[in-house]
Design a protein around this ligand. Structure first.
Ligand code: AMP
Ligand code: ZN
Ligand code: FE
Ligand code: FE
Length: 293
């Protein structure tokens, strides 16, 4: 039984339609898949139909864009935190409002990045929009696709490694919901908040003293339900540290691919997975919408 709880479609920044994502998941031997497009639930109906047709299970989810203030007073800064929300009520108005705000700020931010990039490249906002399905949540991948169209890069990964990286000279962070507010709203909407790829990208030789225990424990006190420990971007040292923190607080631990399509990102459906026991805990905790198993 392969349970993969994190995937993206063209409703946000994946390269394949919702139906295609489920078809690829079936080919990869995935039995239960969560669709977790950034800041939107617009793919859920299509996902339910595709899963039904293919004899698969579907877990409705969202990857909510949030940020956290970290550091000591005077030296505080924001870090981006992706919060997976499983089984929330999509009609909860405050949560829906936050998602709408996030989509709007993402667009303002993407436009501002395009303005910066247009000084050095032939990129235009129109070309970026051509890379997106109407109504899709925008992110840097749409800018990468535009750069690929222009022949500036060969693919998304090349763009993320250079022009679109945080240090590429054109990066602007997305100003979005505070992570504590997001956790509270997801809970209010009957959903289960799980941090996506926690400490993702941290160096593998991380010193245990570097790990922000205080920050994570505040999130847990605020209602955080679990960690996506098994994700290709979470280094081994961080995994061990997160697993012991999860054990200490009896949290949910998940594993997922974070698939963005065959040509979107190297991540492959089913490359990491979640145990049935952990999925059952998510289902038990949730009261927003039902999983279709
Ligand atoms: P943003 O949220 O707009 O800052 O863009 C980051 C998003 O791009 C994350 O969700 C990544 O998973 C996604 N992404 C898609 N394809 C790639 C890629 N090839 N390399 C890095 N990130 C990617
Ligand atoms: Zn993404
Ligand atoms: Fe993410
Ligand atoms: Fe993701």
């Amino acid at each position: 039984m392969i349970i993969d709880l994190h995937s993206h479609s063209t409703r946000s920044d994946g390269k394949e339609s919702v139906t295609e994502v489920f078809e690829q998941a079936a080919l990869a031997g995935v039995n239960i898949l969560a669709l977790t497009d950034h800041d939107t639930t617009s793919g859920w109906d299509e996902a339910a139909a595709a899963a039904n047709r293919l004899g698969m299970g579907f877990v409705p989810g969202i990857e909510v864009t949030t940020r956290a203030k970290v550091g000591r007073e005077g030296r505080e800064h924001f870090i981006s935190v992706h919060m997976l929300a499983y089984l929330p009520d999509p009609n909860h108005s405050a949560l829906a409002g936050v998602l709408g705000d996030s989509v709007a700020t993402r667009e303002i931010r993407a436009k501002a990045m395009v303005d910066l990039m247009a000084v050095d490249y032939d990129i235009t906002w129109e070309l970026v929009l051509e890379q997106l399905e109407p109504g899709a949540t925008i992110g840097r991948p749409a800018l990468a696709d535009a750069l690929e169209k222009l022949g500036v890069v060969a693919n998304r990964s090349e763009a993320f490694d250079s022009i679109l990286s945080k240090h590429g000279g054109y990066y602007i962070p997305t100003e979005t919901t505070n992570v504590f507010e997001a956790i509270t709203l997801i809970r209010e909407a009957g959903g289960v908040p799980v941090i996506a790829h926690p400490l993702g990208g941290a160096p593998d030789n991380l010193d245990r003293g570097d790990l922000p225990q205080e920050h994570f424990e505040k999130l847990i006190a605020g209602g955080l339900a679990g960690f996506e420990v098994y994700h290709r971007e979470v280094p081994e040292v961080a995994r061990q540290w997160l697993l012991s923190l999860a054990a200490k607080h009896d949290l949910i631990v998940t594993g997922s691919s974070d698939y963005h399509g065959l040509t979107g990102k190297p991540n492959r459906l089913g490359e990491n997975s979640t145990s049935r026991e952990m999925l059952d805990r998510i289902i038990e905790m949730a009261s927003g919408v039902e999983a279709q198993l």
